[in-house]
Design a protein around this ligand. Structure first.
Ligand code: MG
Length: 441
């Protein structure tokens, strides 16, 4: 598997493609791109993360940077601290939801937002050109305040902390031994919850694949049932994605995390704006309609959503994969914000999570992909799809999204591999399947 370089960062297998040399050059390129300055660094607890951290410190120092070492920290914590410490940029060492032996690097600008396409291209040009800045390093400062800073900000921003505390929720949590192991437990404690935590030891390897989808949440579902918990939470290895298990012990599907969080944030507000990507569930359209809010859809990629949130002054946004972006806290997908908002909704409505889920419209989503021989073939596939659905309601922001009375199907070429991603959603499995079949036929 070759190194995957994309707008959302760099990922590879350790030690085959994400080699020490690659990590060193990426750090030198980032230090050069930033012209020196302060860089905040956090890692997930993979064994290779600590080594990669030491390597990127060397690279950053050799270009004249000052390094702030947050240690093990969720991606949203690094984003918030990058901005709060007025740094020039930030780096997170993580392969997010990918299992071992993957690792990777995510790059943030000074405001804590991921590099956008233009910025990423400029940075990668420096990486490929290998002409790096040389200057005296400004040292390494250890900062252990990140997680507390982050937690306090969420507690203030959600507005429902007092009600949650009063509700005395019983919460089950699977940290997957990842970067959210300490932060989420501490956060839930401060909200007065009784916590049944599993897999929160960052010295141990991941107990299961870190992607928080239903097939990886079996242990958590069992825990919710055996402890009669009000809700179960799970996160990926860098704790930016949040999945929910209901009080009945069912994984409710990551698409609903943002819908529930948005429901709480929009309640009682007028003419709000919500931003999601093109492939996020239409349940967000329904939630926005309920509160008279406007839903804006962007290209896929966290930075595209964040930049729209900022420019439109949106109250909340994110992605259907459990990624809640709550700008009052920070500009990254944040599992703490997600958990705090969903608990606030439960407390405010005095309803169980399964009742709240039952009140949302139900959709079925199918995600699949088609391998192509080349990028050109992938592009041709998109063109053919446009042709096929001519006369239908087409959204051409990225690839093509066909909106029909039954649902929608989004067809887009991947940024990193010669494949076409196809996502369809409809009221039932059969209709969603029919949309996919129409595209592939
Ligand atoms: Mg992640």
């Amino acid at each position: 598997m070759p190194l995957i370089i994309s707008i959302s960062g760099v990922r590879g297998l350790v030690p085959d493609s994400l080699t020490p040399e690659v990590c060193l050059d990426l750090a030198k390129a980032f230090g050069t791109y930033l012209n020196g300055g302060k860089v905040v660094v956090g890692i997930d607890p993979r064994k290779s993360s600590e080594t990669i951290k030491e390597i990127i410190f060397s690279g950053l120092l050799s270009t004249g940077c000052k390094v702030v070492d947050l240690g093990i920290a969720p991606t949203p914590t690094v984003g918030i601290m990058t901005k709060a410490l007025e740094a020039a940029g930030g780096i997170i060492v993580t392969a997010s939801h990918n299992p071992l032996p993957w690792n990777g690097l995510k790059f943030l600008r000074g405001d804590g937002v991921f590099l956008n396409e233009t910025e990423a291209n400029e940075f990668l040009k420096i990486y490929k050109g290998k002409q790096f800045r040389q200057a005296a390093g400004q040292g390494i400062a250890i900062d252990q305040t990140g997680i507390d800073f982050h937690i306090n900000r969420v507690l203030k921003a959600i507005g429902g902390a007092a009600a949650v505390e009063k509700a005395r929720f019983k919460v089950a949590y699977d940290g997957c031994n990842g970067a959210g192991s300490v932060a989420m437990v501490k956060f839930l404690e401060m909200l007065g919850c009784t916590i049944y935590a599993i897999n929160c030891d960052t010295n141990l390897p991941f107990p299961h694949n870190p992607e928080p989808v239903a097939e990886n949440l079996g242990e958590l579902m069992g825990l919710v049932k055996s402890k009669k918990a009000n809700i179960g939470f799970a996160v990926d290895s860098d704790a930016d994605r949040l999945a929910i298990v209901s009080n009945e012990g069912k994984a409710i599907g990551e698409e609903l995390t943002l819908a529930l969080a948005a429901k709480y944030v929009l309640s009682g507000k007028n003419k709000s704006i919500v931003v999601v990507n093109l492939s996020t569930s239409q349940v967000l359209d329904d939630v926005c309609r309920e509160f008279g809010a406007t839903l804006v859809r962007t290209k896929v990629g966290e930075v595209n959503v964040t930049e729209q949130i900022n420019s439109l002054g949106a109250l909340i946004g994110g992605e259907g994969n459990g990624g809640v972006i709550f700008p009052q806290v920070g500009y990254n997908r944040d599992s703490l914000s997600g958990a705090g908002l969903v608990l606030s909704l439960m407390a405010a409505k005095k309803k169980s999570i399964s009742q709240l889920v039952a009140e949302l419209p139900h959709y079925e989503m199918i995600k699949t992909k088609v391998e192509c021989a080349s990028q050109a073939e992938a592009n041709a596939f998109v063109e053919k799809t446009k042709e096929k659905f001519r006369g239908s309601d087409l959204v051409l922001t990225e690839g093509v999204k066909v909106v029909t009375p039954e649902g929608w199907v989004h067809v887009r070429p991947s940024n990193t591999e010669p494949i076409i991603r196809i996502i369809a959603e409809a009221k039932d499995q059969k209709s969603a399947r029919a949309l996919v079949d129409q595209v592939i036929a």
